[in-house]
Design a protein around this ligand. Structure first.
Ligand code: SF4
Length: 368
């Protein structure tokens, strides 16, 4: 089944490290934008596409009014069925209130992803975030009270001034919230952002400290009962992100909104990042990136991000040379970077840290 991604390119304020396609919205644009999304979704009526995940990402989708989100969800249900679907809303802790949370639930939103980032006030301030940790805590408590049983929080590693000790504080604070999912992302200084300067670069963790932070995060979350199921993602009680799993398993997804990507009918394409054009054009344009991507290469690249790793049966079915892959992986295994069993191979947390190099070597071996 397909996954549906809806991009909402609006934020209350632009964070200094962010290069996502998003901007502070003009007053009346949210309603026009909602209508453009609904129009584009309904274009798929009668095309027989069935989906079982819907993901509102951004940007800050919680800037849309509950009624606007509801009309998009209704259009998506009419068009893609969405039976027993996981419906996720990314939200900024500042923008959710108890009333909004109840409205989200009655529209069918059953998973909340909150951009918490840190529990240390000075770090939140440096990151340009509008919320305090108290606000984030309140948002989680209100969500639970409203009835949400699947809540995810994001945390950032390697941010300016962060130390192993402040990271531990943030993780312990998140764990005290008793949530089901945590995404832990390493800060990457993106070109052209406000963070793209020496002052910031010099105050961020170097490679060695970043590696320690990553391994500490994995250790603390795993000890707290989370399963690390992907390089940066951890879940409790099987609450993996069903939508994001589609990306990593090479399944199809349709993206709506400027800068949203799709992989459908074996074609990778995206809609250009131009909100005005998206609103005014009848149908969103598609820029094709790749047709019929190399399945073997894609499989190795994506599956090695997951703790499930690559299965040898599937590798063989895709024409990969399993013996050559295992032989090449033995060196990584000796270094503690991967683990090989009879029917599969997966990276360890140490291996995830250097995954790019391992993946390209294993792709070469599989194709030999
Ligand atoms: S809220 Fe999220 S999407 Fe918006 S600017 Fe900040 S990091 Fe980027």
């Amino acid at each position: 089944m397909t996954g549906i991604y809806v991009h909402v390119p609006f934020c209350a304020r632009k964070c200094p490290y962010c290069d996502f396609y998003s901007a502070v919205p003009d007053k009346n644009i949210l309603e026009d934008y909602t209508q453009a999304l609904v129009r584009n979704i309904r274009e798929y009526t009668s095309k027989g596409v069935k989906a079982d995940t819907l993901y509102f990402g951004g940007g800050t989708p919680s800037l849309l009014r509950p009624a606007q989100l509801d009309s998009i969800i209704r259009a998506a249900k009419d068009t893609f069925v969405l039976e027993n679907a996981e419906i996720t809303l990314e939200a900024n802790p500042c923008t959710v209130t108890s009333e909004k949370l109840e409205a989200y639930l009655s529209s069918g939103i059953n998973r909340l992803s909150l951009g918490v980032q840190s529990a240390v006030e000075s770090e939140l301030e440096t990151l340009g975030r509008l919320h305090s940790f108290e606000t984030a805590k309140k948002a989680v408590e209100n969500a639970k009270k409203a009835g949400f049983e699947n809540i995810s929080c994001d945390i950032m590693l390697g941010t300016p001034g962060q130390t192993l000790s402040t990271l531990e504080t943030s993780i312990n604070s998140l764990l005290s919230l008793d949530i089901q999912h945590i995404s832990a992302y390493m800060l990457k200084i993106e070109q052209g952002t406000a963070f793209d300067c020496d002052k910031i670069r010099n105050s961020c963790a170097d490679d060695e400290l970043s590696a320690q932070m990553y391994l500490k995060t994995v250790e603390m979350l795993v000890n707290a009962g989370f399963e690390q199921y992907e390089i940066s993602n951890f879940a409790r009680n099987g609450k993996r992100s069903r939508h994001n799993m589609k990306y990593w398993k090479g399944e199809s997804y349709l993206g709506f909104g400027p800068s949203a990507h799709s992989f459908f009918d074996n074609v990778r394409y995206f809609c250009p990042g131009d909100t005005k054009a998206f609103i005014t054009q009848k149908t969103q344009p598609r820029i094709v990136q790749e047709e019929n991507p190399d399945k073997l290469e894609e499989y190795i690249m994506l599956a090695l991000r997951l703790s499930d790793g690559i299965g040898f049966e599937k590798l063989t079915a895709l024409g990969g040379n399993v013996n050559a892959v295992v032989q090449a992986a033995r060196t990584f295994e000796k270094a503690g970077l991967c683990s090989i069993s009879q029917d599969k191979l997966h990276l360890t947390p140490q291996g995830f840290l250097v995954s790019n190099g391992i993946i390209s070597q294993l792709i070469d071996s599989a194709e030999s």
